[in-house]
Design a protein around this ligand. Structure first.
Ligand code: AMP
Length: 126
């Protein structure tokens, strides 16, 4: 995948409010919303509002303010959903599918936060 950001991708449309979303948390630079096709009882996506295709694109080009905001949003969602083991939560899985081998469907950086059940092995070994 090249790193030309597609301004018409589905998450860009969510950010432009062209399509609805179930917002969990919104900050100056980030948006967290429920995945439309959840793979676990809790399945939340966190995205930066800026036009970043994937994690390394984001880290290489975003401002420190955006990077801090994004990471704190991830943390706040984990806390808000009571997933954090330090607060007696049962844990979670944090995923960033990237590119072809990562099987990324939407070309706008997103972290999946999954919880509410045992997620099993990380990837199929076959
Ligand atoms: P990925 O394969 O990591 O790119 O995952 C993309 C995720 O976006 C999938 O889990 C989809 O269910 C989710 N998704 C696609 N369209 C929407 C939407 N309109 N609102 C919320 N989640 C969506």
């Amino acid at each position: 995948m090249g790193l030309n950001y597609d301004f018409n991708n589905i998450f860009a449309k969510i950010l432009k409010k062209e399509i609805p979303n179930e917002t969990v948390l919104e900050t100056k630079h980030s948006l967290a919303f429920k995945d439309i096709n959840p793979a676990a009882p809790i399945h939340i996506l966190v995205i930066p509002k800026g036009p970043y295709v994937n994690y390394d694109h984001f880290i290489s080009n975003a401002t420190d303010e955006e990077i801090i905001d994004f990471n704190k949003t991830v943390k706040e969602v984990i806390e808000k959903q009571e997933l954090d083991p330090k607060s007696n939560g049962n844990g979670y899985r944090l995923i960033a599918n990237t590119g072809i081998n990562g099987v990324q469907e939407v070309p706008h950086l997103h972290f999946h936060i999954l919880g509410g059940k045992n997620m099993g092995f990380m990837v199929s070994k076959t």
